[in-house]
Design a binder for this molecule. Sequence first.
Ligand SMILES: [Zn+2]
Length: 110
Amino acid sequence: MDLAARIGWTPSDGVPISSEEPAMPHYIVDRNAQANGDHEVHLSGSVWSCLPAEADQRELGSHDGCASALRIARLFYGKANGCARCAVSCHVPSDAVSSLAAPGAAVGSA
Ligand SMILES: [Zn+2]
């Protein structure tokens, strides 16, 4: 007798059936602003120990990417940024932000 049959294992076991509920990542935003006024968007269930305390997490729901989660966070708070660890593709380094905020300011034009 075949071992797989004897233990009742079939090749389809352990394959999640996800057609009804697509496994989209779930995002939260920190209710507390960073020093520069940004609210950080995190992946819920991040393994990077970067999540704010549970009471400070505001639900953003499930998104197919951090870009749309960030859009929701900006609706809530005006300023938001992706976490440098768990939403790195949406993270804008703060020096880049400040150079965008002051385009060509005081470039020796006197
Ligand atoms: Zn994070």
